[in-house]
Design a binder for this molecule. Structure first.
Ligand code: SF4
Length: 433
């Protein structure tokens, strides 16, 4: 058996880089230190069936074809459509994302990532108010107050609390949890809340009100705060404000409970403003809890390629960005997309019914290692290597630090990067005919 140290778990945005992997007969049989989610990905993937061959839908059935035939059919679809939606790109490498953006530009497509339905509103908030951030290393070493707002790392990022936040022992926090006060703001008593010192139970959809009230308390305008705001008593609001003001170093981790509830990006905007207010008194930083392991990488790659983090429309021949108009669901709801390329994502499971219906009505190309509900509405299916396990590449952790993922086992499948390169090549050929 081969033992590979310091492997990266390519599942969630925590992107743990301390995994010791055992490989036997080209299969991972153990992933030491990975949480249950990481185990399921790294070891469990060898127990799942794969999409074994490229496929094209003929007479209503997906039939196996050669790789070249699938690439040709996919490229034809892209060249013959007027408004292709390219969507996904969060569970793949930055190198593949870069090629995906190139392909979108050459085919005048709209390219969007899964961020649009999770932390996209945070991107808009950051554009308005900025991102007072830090690396998770700084948080681990310094934070004596931690707020989890609308996120549940116990289930979504199981090693986050041990490696970077609640329990992590750092230079100024040698006793880990004992050196920290933890506050959870959520609509329910989550398992993360149960491991906190205080649960602030906010009423559904009223985060913006609560954030504004805490800001008033921080800014010493407590007279304007009523006895209760968003279901939280004034005493609790003053206590949270006091804790944040008197911290040596506080960190607010916020999740989809903030970005996808009522007020959406205005919540993220208010978190930024709250952090700015706290910084008048002490040191505070914020970080969004990114879900897919490289969803941060799409934002980073797109920003340095074209200047926008998601929902990028190349139909005019240059990059145009207007979430609400150029997002994946915006196009699908308006029945505007006339073809789709889905890479490393499964909108068939996660998109609203109306969007899925529209996807089923248009030519759909899927690039993915595994069969999922999107496969059943796809017209061209191209199987790919599992990035981070069967292909190397770069991914950005939730604190926007790039890490290099190793190739851990061999595979017969092409990487996403190679597949998209082949598509670009074929598109260029077809355009010259
Ligand atoms: Fe993998 Fe996330 Fe678990 Fe770390 S916390 S081992 S990155 S699933």
């Amino acid at each position: 058996a081969e033992v590979i140290k310091d492997a990266i778990c390519s599942f969630c945005g925590t992107l743990c880089d301390d995994i010791t992997v055992t490989v036997e007969n080209n299969k991972i049989t153990n992933a030491e230190r990975a949480c249950i989610l990481g185990q399921n990905k790294m070891v469990g993937m060898f127990e799942h069936g794969r999409i074994e061959s490229p496929m094209i839908r003929k007479d209503g059935e997906l039939v196996e074809v050669s790789y070249d035939e699938a690439i040709e059919k996919a490229a034809e679809t892209l060249v013959n459509s007027n408004r292709t939606l390219s969507y996904g790109w969060a569970s793949t490498s930055c190198e593949a994302i870069r090629e995906g953006i190139q392909l979108a530009e050459e085919t005048r497509s709209v390219i969007d990532s899964t961020a649009n339905v999770c932390h996209g509103p945070s991107a808009l908030a950051i554009q308005e108010k900025g991102l007072p951030a830090a690396t998770v290393g700084q948080m681990k070493n310094r934070a004596d107050v931690i707020v989890f707002w609308g996120c549940n790392p116990v289930h979504a990022h199981p090693r986050h609390m041990g490696r970077y936040s609640s329990y992590a022992k750092g230079f100024f926090t040698p006793k880990g949890r004992k050196n920290r006060k933890i506050v959870t703001v959520d609509v329910r008593n989550t398992d993360t809340a149960k491991l906190s010192d205080k649960l602030v139970q906010v009423e559904q959809g009223k985060d913006l009100l609560l954030l504004t009230a805490i800001r008033s308390a921080i800014n010493e305008n407590e007279d304007v705060i009523p006895d209760s705001v968003a279901g939280v008593s004034k005493d609790d609001i003053l206590e949270v404000a006091d804790t944040l003001k008197n911290a040596n170093y506080s960190c607010i981790f916020f999740g989809m409970g903030t970005t996808q509830s009522r007020s959406k990006y205005k919540n993220g905007d208010a978190v930024s403003s709250l952090v700015a207010d706290i910084n008048q008194h002490s040191k505070c930083v914020m970080l969004s809890m990114r879900g897919h392991y490289n969803v941060a990488g799409f934002g980073q790659t797109a920003l340095w390629e074209v200047g926008f983090p998601m929902a990028i429309d190349f139909s005019h021949g240059y990059a145009y960005y207007n979430p609400g108009e150029t997002g994946a669901n915006d196009l699908l709801y308006r029945e505007e997309a006339d073809a789709a390329l889905i890479a490393a994502a499964d909108p068939g499971s996660h998109f609203p019914q109306k969007s899925v219906r529209q996807l089923a009505n248009i030519p759909l190309i899927q690039i993915d290692p595994f069969e999922n509900p999107t496969t059943h509405i796809a017209d061209v299916v191209i199987p790919s290597a599992v990035v981070g396990i069967e292909a190397e590449g770069t991914a950005y952790r939730m604190d926007n630090i790039p890490l290099r993922m190793k190739k851990l086992v061999d595979t017969e499948f092409n990487s996403d990067e190679q597949i998209v390169r082949d598509l670009i090549q074929k598109v260029r050929e077809l355009k010259q005919r």
